[in-house]
Design a protein around this ligand. Structure first.
Ligand code: NAP
Length: 542
């Protein structure tokens, strides 16, 4: 059994950053990765059309000015292959691979109270002990696929967007089905439509989408960004979403309709997600939201030639951005093609899969390939897959049976020295996750340094602080429209999942201030236990 200081689980963006940071502190560090390659979601979501909907310059590491200057993004929104190349480059440039164990899935982690260390067992049978367990498991890494009657009978291919095969999948001459119209389904639709003989998109809920306005990045743009990268990073960190957009303090309801229309028009086809920030209350007030939603509906409708399709594709049943909207490149326009068909499963539900395709209440469809773009067991799915056993034998599954609870989204009472990156209770999927993971990892690194300096063996969230944080997360969510729609933000994406709001909606800047205040005040809400004597160390202000 190998002994390390820090054991990191997951070799995506967060895991690699954690490895670089902890190893840089002189910690013996190892990363376990279940897959055959590094990259996390960017390794697995290799479907046609996959690209980031955060601008490339912002969806990248900020820890190395040299890396920032060297890397040349080719497009405003990078494609999955380019992002994976970037991740591979980072791994090589910072010599990360030697401490990453691929095809090594953590099956269990058990905390030993006598030594304040975790014992981690992998699918390979290998075991490690570690003082710190850093969970970089991803928020959207546990795929979710419905089980339709007769699914096993289907003679063609079934592929999940989040488990895309490593070999190129071709669709030329094929009849293809896509089930699901979230970001993944919306991104792949126009690309597969161009290649396949026929494409049928099965839609349950029409989704809002804003145009990506993607474009190649010119030399002049690249130079301009690189000349002011620190300022750009600071703007991202100090914006609510981590995307660098300033919030307009004005209410959508306090301006005349024509002025509002002009403002929406100026942001449309330009700012992607930034569209949601044109007015500060778009996500806070239903009336304000209606003004944006109405604008988007008109824009979407204008793209769709057939009136009957327009009626079906335009989102109506939820507020804009209450569920995660998409940032698309030609999704709605794809339905103007002769080889693209919409199957509305609310109108004609899927009855069963057959040997040749899918039978709905309306008709039998024949397919060669069926793609599940049906999403993920978000936030908690991958954290609850391994058996994580804390003090007194309590499992994380039992502790989170009624929904995830944590202190500041980073630690769980009963699970000392377990650090969760971008998990529930933190801005996570409501932010540019790159900003969130880097800030949390730097915070963990300073916490670990403080522990070393003060001779502390274990840090653990206090149950009372955890309750207060969960209440605060809910309080902030109640100020918004997020709970007005069923979504993976609130556990509605998986039947039987506890219906609680999971990410922190107070923004990355506000969240960072809370973490910094906690650190400056000597970690209130955490119990720090000395290595010798088992006495609790009273937190003192730094
Ligand atoms: P998703 O947003 O959860 O969408 C899943 C889709 O599948 C929804 O349209 C859902 O319908 C549908 N669905 C699920 N079960 C179904 C069933 N039994 N029958 C019919 N339809 C069903 O998943 P996703 O598109 O993979 O995206 C997940 C998240 O990943 C995104 O929100 C985003 O955060 C991230 N992502 C990011 C990018 C990017 O950066 N560009 C790209 C892709 C994904 P309902 O809406 O009715 O539930």
């Amino acid at each position: 059994m190998d002994a390390v200081d820090v054991l990191i689980v997951g070799a995506g963006f967060a895991g690699l950053r954690a490895l670089h940071t902890f190893r840089g502190m002189g910690k013996r560090t190892v990363v376990l990765e279940a897959s055959a390659g590094i990259g996390g979601v960017w390794y697995h979501n290799a479907y046609p059309g996959a690209r980031c909907d955060v601008e490339s310059y912002d969806y990248s590491y900020s820890f190395s000015p040299e890396l920032e200057q060297e890397w040349r993004w080719s497009e405003r929104y990078a494609t999955q292959p380019e992002i994976l190349r970037y991740i591979e480059h980072v791994a090589d440039r910072f010599d990360l691979r030697r401490d990453i164990r691929l095809e090594t899935r953590m099956s269990s982690a058990v905390f030993d109270e006598a030594t304040d260390r975790w014992t981690v067992t992998a699918s390979t049978g290998q075991r490690w002990t570690a003082q710190h367990l850093v969970l970089c498991l991803g928020q959207l890494s546990s795929t979710k696929a419905p089980a339709f009657p007769g699914q096993d009978q289907f003679a063609g291919r079934i592929i999940h967007s989040g488990e895309w095969p490593r070999d190129k999948v071709g669709f030329a001459g094929e009849r293809v089905a896509i089930i699901g119209t979230g970001s993944s389904g919306m991104q792949m639709t126009p690309v597969i439509a161009r290649e396949a003989a026929h494409l049928t998109v099965f839609q349950r809920t029409p989704n809002y989408s804003v145009p990506a306005a993607n474009a190649p990045l010119t030399e002049a743009e690249d130079r301009a960004v690189k000349a002011h990268y620190p300022e750009r990073r600071a703007a991202a960190r100090n914006s609510p979403t981590g995307l660098g957009f300033k919030v307009n303090r004005v209410s959508a309801l306090d301006v005349p309709a024509e002025e509002r229309e002009t403002a929406y028009e100026a942001a449309w086809d330009r700012y992607g997600f930034g569209f949601a920030l044109v007015y500060h209350d778009i996500l806070l007030s239903k009336d304000a939201n209606d003004t944006a939603a109405d604008f988007i509906r008109r824009k979407i409708a204008a793209k769709i030639e057939k009136p009957a399709l327009r009626e079906k594709l335009v989102p109506k049943d939820h507020a804009f951005a209450a569920r995660r909207p998409s940032v698309d490149s030609g999704y709605f326009e794809a339905f103007n093609r002769n080889n693209v068909e919409l199957a509305d499963v609310r109108e004609a539900p899927i009855v069963e899969f057959t040997a040749t395709g899918i039978r709905t209440l309306a008709k039998a469809h024949a397919f060669d390939t069926i793609i599940f773009a049906t999403g993920f067991d978000a936030f908690t799915g991958s954290l609850l897959k391994p058996e994580i056993v804390g003090r007194g034998g309590i499992t994380l599954k039992r502790k989170w049976a009624a929904g995830p609870v944590s202190q500041l989204g980073v630690a769980v009472a009963g699970f000392p020295n377990m650090h969760i990156v971008a998990g529930p209770g933190s801005p996570s999927l409501l932010s540019n996750v790159m900003v969130s993971i880097e800030e949390q990892i730097d915070w963990f690194a300073r916490l670990v340094r403080t522990m070393d300096e003060r001779g502390i063996g274990a840090v653990e969230a206090e149950a009372e602080a955890e309750r207060a944080w969960v209440e605060h997360v809910n309080e902030r969510a109640r100020e918004t429209l997020y709970m007005t729609a069923d979504s993976y933000y609130n556990g509605a994406e998986v039947a039987g999942k506890p219906r609680v709001f999971m990410p922190y909606s107070g923004g990355v800047r506000g969240y960072r201030r809370i973490l910094e205040r906690c650190e400056a005040d000597g970690y209130p809400g955490f119990r720090l236990v000395a290595r010798d004597g088992r006495a609790a160390v009273r937190p003192t202000a730094a």
